[in-house]
Design a protein around this ligand. Structure first.
Ligand SMILES: [Zn+2]
Ligand SMILES: [Zn+2]
Length: 437
């Protein structure tokens, strides 16, 4: 069956995460967003894990659902069919001597861990709790080499999966400009052969990743990494596969273009597409210094020799620059065998921009958002599927036009940099007034 999955989120037990990130709310919000399978996030956190065990019950193989006594109605007034897959994110901070240069470098890397059952998690928790504190943060920080993390996880259960999270962000990722590696092999050593996917993150899209031939045997997934309910599904994966843990993992593996697949498996488990931000909207697309208000495209950074002209310190090198550094193919490189993707902007942001408002939490935006979900289905259905005429029946004319423009890629974005999200422009002031009258 065809469905959408968001496999990287955080619970209220993670730092800087909304108190509303609880299973009851995630369950119904996923439905309004158009997501069938959600990651649980944070399974290494003891209290969250207890809630997972209490409130979820087994559904299809390797998937779980919220027990009926905890269900709350969605915006549309129904009960959701949301499934949960057991996921967590581990932050590893450690130093390692490079085999190539002999230098000792500090690395900061985030990895996603997926597991097919509760027993696997219990065993992973037991081992990781010997290494560091799992209680202080839903995304624990461990002084654990990523290769060793992989060894522990695969020893517990070879069906478990490790996927480097937001693989390009400068400070905390496998390829990050500030503390990452130049290849998966350098990072994962002997375990590298078991790493078959990376998460592209908000600041890069699949096409940027296609430029590295060393990732030709790697599948690219996309998830929201959300810290609040509103951001569920802002990036996600569309699969056509059996609704089960192994169905989803097979589909991800089948996102590798050269993957040898039996005709039967290929038919059963397809990776249809990913749903993406425009990468310019991500927080680390360009280079710069937020406090100095300096934002540079990679060429300008090069001209300034990576130094901030305001404060004289090293600039935070963003994702576009870093991809360019490691890529061996040009910016226009295309690969038809790759999983295609949709570039979208979240509906509440389209509504805010269409009304000329700054925040997405204003009453007017929330009212229009709720109205559209109630009349047209889910957010991703509205952004991807519902036809223009039908949208026009229910949406403010400016919002209907905004959705159309996003679908056509007619947006202007001031790229994000050094932790600051990019800023979207869909309309000029005059255009908006015209649509209003
Ligand atoms: Zn992370
Ligand atoms: Zn500066």
């Amino acid at each position: 069956m065809r469905f959408i999955a968001d496999l990287h989120i955080h619970s209220k037990y993670s730092r800087a995460t909304s108190k509303e990130m609880v299973l009851e709310e995630i369950d119904r919000w996923a439905d309004d967003k158009g997501i069938l399978v959600m990651g649980t996030g944070d399974f290494t956190h003891p209290v969250w894990f207890k809630e997972i065990k209490e409130k979820l019950e087994p559904a299809e193989a390797g998937l779980f659902k919220l027990k009926s006594q905890y269900k709350k109605k969605t915006l549309k007034g129904n009960l959701s069919e949301t499934r949960f897959l057991l996921t967590s994110e581990i932050s590893s901070i450690y130093s390692k001597v490079s085999a190539e240069t002999g230098e000792k470098n500090v690395h900061r890397i985030h990895n996603l861990v997926f597991a097919p059952d509760i027993e696997t998690i219990e065993s992973i928790i037991t081992q990781l709790s010997l290494i560091g504190n799992l209680k202080s943060d839903g995304r624990p920080i461990l002084g654990l080499d990523a290769e060793e993390l992989a060894r522990i996880v695969f020893n517990v259960n070879p069906e478990a999966v490790i996927i480097p999270a937001h693989a390009w962000t400068p400070w905390f990722s496998v390829f990050g400009s500030m503390s990452g590696f130049d290849s998966l092999e350098e990072c994962f050593g002997k375990q590298a052969k078991h790493i078959f996917a990376i998460e592209t993150g908000l600041s890069s899209d699949p096409a940027m990743n296609w430029r590295l031939s060393k990732l030709d045997n790697i599948s690219f997934i996309s998830n929201s990494d959300c810290h609040s309910l509103q951001k569920i599904g802002r990036e996600a994966n569309i699969f056509d596969t059996e609704l089960s843990y192994s169905g989803i993992i097979d589909a991800i593996r089948n996102g590798i273009p050269n993957q040898h697949k039996s005709a039967q498996n290929q038919h059963k488990s397809a990776f249809i597409a990913t749903i993406e931000f425009f990468p310019e909207e991500g927080k680390y697309h360009y280079d710069g210094h937020r406090n100095c208000d300096v934002v540079f495209a990679p060429e300008e950074t090069k001209k300034h020799k990576n130094i901030c002209p305001k404060c004289g310190k090293k600039l935070t090198i963003g994702v576009m620059n870093r991809v360019d550094e490691l890529a061996d193919r040009g910016v226009d490189y295309k690969d038809d065998k790759r999983v295609p993707y949709y570039s979208l902007i979240p509906l509440d942001e389209i509504i805010a921009e269409s009304f000329g408002l700054v925040g997405t939490k204003t009453k007017k935006v929330v009212e229009e958002y709720n109205n559209l979900i109630k009349s047209l289905g889910s957010e991703l259905k509205i952004l991807l599927e519902v036809n223009e005429e039908e949208i026009k029946l229910f949406a403010d004319p400016r919002v209907a036009e905004g959705i159309k423009r996003v679908r056509n890629g007619q947006v202007k974005i001031h790229p994000g940099f050094d932790g600051e999200y990019g800023k979207i422009k869909i309309f000029g002031e005059k255009e908006r007034e015209k649509l209003e009258s």
